[in-house]
Design a binder for this molecule. Structure first.
Ligand code: ZN
Length: 765
């Protein structure tokens, strides 16, 4: 049978696999500045980063400070012997309806053949609230260091274009300007894009172009520590996030997109500075980009477009296990049949059909209990405490509590079903379930078939060893142990992967991957307890341990000075109203309730500037009467598909930001700013467009002409929002007590003026 010496051996396998998986989620050691010049050194890149961003201030595209950063990037390139070019223009990305000035910095290392080019790129602009050292300064510094290394390198076959794009944060505007207007773009056949959605963690490869089989193989071979999982790519496709690579991918260019995503509480925050950046993430970024650049530099880029995608997952950050999707179904079928045959041969004597009856009940019991346990724990671990929606500063107590809950469920299942379900029945049903899962994944989402393929392949491998051991009465012991190791690998890999997209308030989702390891561990455990009397005492102890875990977790801070809550003080007024509001804004999570209460911020219904309202803690203050936008309706002419209505916008001097929101019933199809196509609602994008919105960041001085193509001819009310400096006199009384664990994120402090305005009906000539 399946007699293990002791179930402790399963825990030992778990611990070993866990350690290996944690390597996938950690970063390489940063190399010091004395490292040889042919390897990337995070220390050298960090020195560049600190020279680029010493002031720790936001530098939004178009702002005066961003041109300072631009000049520093240019100086670095010149010092390495390049003659960088600046692609400068006012540009709009019609996919997002956003416009800003862009200053893309372009440097080229000519290739020996030079027919095609590899684009190595990162954006140098920051968001509104922070200096953007991780997003995307680390990538900029890494590419500057690589450009310096590459300058001394003999030429590759292909050209290498280093692009430091501008205005990514405002809607990939620089990347779009490069793709639409730069003559070099036509030669680009492969893109390496570096990004960040946090300040630490491994630089994982999370996106490629379509037909990625060749480039995935290149990644596995040419990067020392590849971290990637095609399930992440599938998730990313369904998330609203985009990066510069979106622009190139939409144009059919192959590429690899790397980002680190831990420490997400600091993402787009005031603390995203060089001191908070994990140097290991910088090292990993550099290693990945340098490895891929050398490989793509020498590759015939005509051959990297493959007909099909690959499924892939990294094995402890050493190399990728990958397979073409076309064989995923066949592989699942062959392995599944092998596994089922091995089990059938092993149990052909002792199997009875009636043994299956209880198994059909027991397996759903186990899986449902795991999810239910996660659901119950999601209250004390994630909903009662006030937590960031994506990240816990001290997650291990919560994780341990979930593991203990899993053990409790496993023990309870054993206690309830021992004597009723035989190990053999459970084994048949469990592996049949894995087999079916593999077949379903292969047909519905083939790039994720490895979730079932890996455990089955490990089982098959173990069964070969069993065949040669021939040591009855344990015909599939090695197969079971190997299969369990494979399942534990898949379980842990995905358990930690979900950390990037959810916190403990969604523990019922977090624990789902762990169900696989529990499912295939059970036959061995059932065999072990077969002739033993189980009592409830261990279950009681496990329950107590889970409770203690919850209690300890409740006392851990949800936010710390290093992993702060996003909270910003902003002022908002609506034109024509005598009072405005000082608002505590928290766009990720919620503001500090204690701070809000003790400073008399009360929940208030506010105009959101987008023709709707929003509830935020706010205090009424006398209106500042900020200067606003003057909108004058101009000519209307019939156009294909409707009417082209012209608006003239007069902005106050040095306007940082203007946003125009149009109602759905305006039938707005397209918009132009100074004759540049700025919004095209027919373009499909990942994020659902609720209303047509036009955003102008640091728009040019002087009147702007905004043309609208609308299908409707009626009058409608639109809204304009403009941003101004937040007067210190308003905020000083609150800044003294500002909590240490609260920092501005995303937009940062500002004073905004909201102005509804009428667009008159079309008058027939
Ligand atoms: Zn970014």
């Amino acid at each position: 049978m399946l007699r293990l010496r002791h179930p402790i051996s399963l825990l030992l396998i778990c611990a070993l696999v866990l350690l290996g998986v944690l390597r996938s989620y950690s970063t390489p050691a940063p190399l010091d500045a004395g490292a040889p010049d042919v390897v990337f050194s995070a220390d050298r890149a960090e020195a560049i980063l600190r020279e680029l961003l010493p002031e720790k201030q936001p530098h939004v595209a178009g702002s005066p400070y961003n041109s300072v950063i631009r000049n520093r990037v240019v100086a670095q390139l010149e010092a390495s012997g390049y003659a960088p070019e600046i692609q400068s223009r006012f540009h709009c990305n019609p996919l997002y309806g956003t416009c800003s000035p862009v200053d893309n910095i372009v440097a080229v290392k000519p290739g020996a053949v030079g027919k095609h080019a590899v684009l190595l790129t990162a954006h140098f602009d920051s968001g509104w609230a922070g200096p953007g050292a991780a997003d995307d300064g680390a990538a900029v510094a890494a590419i500057l260091e690589i450009a310096r290394m590459a300058a001394d390198f003999p030429p590759f076959d292909n050209d290498v274009i280093f692009l430091f794009s501008d205005s990514e944060e405002n809607g990939l505007i620089g990347a779009d300007a490069f793709a639409e207007h730069h003559p070099l773009f036509g030669r680009v056949k492969a893109v390496i894009n570096l990004e960040a959605r946090g300040v630490s963690g491994p630089s994982g490869m999370f996106e490629t172009g379509d037909g990625n089989r060749s480039i995935v193989r290149m990644l596995s071979k040419n990067v020392e520590r590849p971290v990637a999982n095609s399930l992440v790519y599938e998730l990313y496709k369904r998330m609203p996030n985009d990066t510069d690579y979106t622009v190139y991918k939409r144009k059919g260019v192959m590429g690899v997109n790397f980002a680190f995503a831990q420490g997400v509480a600091l993402y787009h925050s005031a603390l995203d500075d060089a001191d908070h950046l994990d140097p290991g993430s910088l090292q990993h970024h550099g290693d990945n980009a340098w490895g891929m650049l050398k490989a793509l530099g020498e590759r015939d880029l005509g051959t990297i477009y493959h007909a099909e995608d690959a499924g892939y997952i990294d094995l402890f950050g050493t190399r990728l296990s990958h397979y073409p999707v076309s064989i995923a179904g066949g592989l699942a079928l062959v392995l599944g049949v092998w596994v089922m045959l091995a089990i059938a041969l092993a149990f052909r004597k002792e199997f009875r059909y009636r043994q299956l009856r209880w198994g059909v009940l027991a397996i759903p019991f186990l899986l449902a209990a795991i999810v239910l346990g996660g659901y119950v724990l999601s209250w004390p671990l994630g909903r009662w405490p006030d937590l960031h929606p994506l990240e816990h500063p001290m997650p291990w107590v919560g994780r341990l509590t979930l593991f203990l809950m899993l053990l409790l469920v496993i023990y309870t299942t054993l206690k309830v079903f021992t004597g009723k379900v035989s190990a053999c029945a459970w084994m048949i049903l469990a592996w049949a379930l894995v087999f079916v899962l593999g077949m379903i994944l292969a047909s519905k989402l083939p790039t994720t078939t490895h979730i079932a393929l890996l455990p089955m392949a490990m089982f098959a491998l173990g069964s070969l060893i069993d065949l040669f051991r021939k040591k009855s009465p344990a015909p599939v012991l090695m197969a079971s142990v190997f299969g369990f190791a494979g399942a534990a690998f898949v379980s842990f890999h995905h358990f930690f992967m979900l950390d990037v997209v959810m916190n403990f308030d969604k523990s019922h989702f977090k624990v789902i991957p762990l169900g696989l390891a529990a499912l295939v561990a059970m036959p061995m455990l059932l065999a072990y307890v077969k002739d033993r009397d189980l009592d409830w005492q261990p279950a009681r102890w496990l329950a107590v341990a889970v409770l203690v875990g919850c209690l300890v977790h409740l006392f851990l801070p949800g936010y710390t000075a290093e992993r702060p809550r996003g909270m910003t003080l902003m002022y908002s007024e609506v034109e024509g109203e005598s009072s405005g509001h000082l608002v505590l804004e928290s766009l990720v999570g919620r503001p500090d309730r204690d701070f809000a209460e003790s400073h008399d911020f009360t929940d208030t219904e506010l105009n959101d500037g987008r023709l709707g309202s929003v509830r935020r803690p706010a205090r009424e203050v006398t209106a500042l009467d900020l200067p606003g936008v003057t909108v004058t309706a101009g000519d209307t002419v019939p156009a294909e598909g409707g009417w082209r209505r012209s608006l003239r916008l007069d902005l106050p001097p040095d306007t940082r930001f203007v946003q125009l929101t149009f109602p759905a019933d305006s039938g707005l199809q397209k918009a132009w700013v100074n004759d540049i196509l700025a919004l095209d609602t027919s373009l499909e994008r990942k994020q659902v467009r609720k209303l047509p919105i036009l955003r102008l960041v640091y728009p040019p001085q002087g009147p702007l002409v905004v043309d609208l193509l609308t299908t409707n001819d009626g009058a409608f009310t639109a809204a304009a929002v403009s941003w101004h400096e937040l007067p210190a006199v308003l905020t000083v009384p609150f800044m003294g007590n500002w909590p240490d664990e609260a920092r501005p994120v995303i937009y940062g402090p500002r004073a905004e003026k909201i102005q509804p305005f009428e667009v008159p009906a079309v008058t027939s000539p």
